[in-house]
Design a protein around this ligand. Structure first.
Ligand code: PRP
Ligand code: URA
Length: 216
């Protein structure tokens, strides 16, 4: 289930005790790299559950041990999960455990520490990406610059149905993405308070990439 916010129906903030509990462990600066990484993946799975709520179903006839029955089955929509490197990689496994047939596209970006501007350094997508529904994944939506650029790259490639999934969002980032891409649904584990003067989410969880990969 998701909380209602002032941002309207395209913004889905998770409202689930497991997500809240796991995020608190992630936010704790004493949490180990191993635990942090495992929980990123677990929350990824839980948010995917919400982000796939509108998947179309069809019916197929099966035989239970008792009788023939018409039962629901996924209509077979084609998906691609697109992590924003590096930190988004931590979420891929959680999405794939829920949607195992999804393809994976990679988009590499880093945020300039001074200007906070995103820089694109890599983009490799499945050939038929324009025919697929897209879930862009990144643990952090801070200023929104990286997500904006990633969404724009996918639109350039012809993608139409794009969702953005993050663990922690800042109001500044949510507002920026809504203003630039009103068609995109945003799914977040939590909506935090604000960005600090260095562009970090407060209370946040620090540098997601460094905490997933143990680079600091
Ligand atoms: C982090 C994070 C997002 C971006 C969010 O990545 O994973 O991609 O910053 O910030 P924004 O909303 O202000 O653009 P970072 O640039 O630190 O790269 P990394 O994943 O390689 O650590
Ligand atoms: N990137 C991160 O990893 N953390 C933040 O708080 C903001 C951007």
């Amino acid at each position: 289930m998701c909380k209602q916010t002032k941002y309207g129906p395209k913004v889905h903030i998770m409202d689930h005790p497991l997500v809240a509990h796991k995020l608190t462990i992630m936010r704790d600066k004493h949490t180990s790299v191993k635990d942090f990484r495992e929980i990123v993946s677990e929350i990824g799975m839980l948010i995917t559950y919400e982000a796939t709520r509108d998947l179309p179903l069809t019916t197929k006839t099966i035989e239970t041990p008792l009788c023939k029955a018409d039962m629901p089955t996924l209509a077979g929509k084609k998906f691609a999960v697109v992590p924003i490197l590096r930190a988004g990689l931590g979420l891929v496994d959680g999405v794939l455990r829920m949607v195992p047939s999804a393809r994976v596209g990679h988009i590499g970006m880093f945020r300039d520490e001074e200007t906070l501007e995103p820089h694109l350094y890599f983009c490799k997508m499945p050939k038929d990406v324009a025919d697929r529904d897209i879930i862009i994944v990144d643990p952090m939506l801070a200023t929104g610059g990286s997500a904006d650029m990633a969404i724009a790259e996918m639109k350039k490639r012809g993608c139409k149905n794009i969702k953005l999934m993050v663990l922690v969002a800042a109001p500044e980032g949510v507002e920026y993405i809504i203003s630039r891409h009103p068609d995109v649904d945003i799914y977040a584990g939590a909506l935090d308070d604000h960005l600090n003067e260095n562009g970090y989410i407060v209370p946040g969880l620090g540098d997601a990439g460094d905490r997933i990969f143990g680079t600091k």
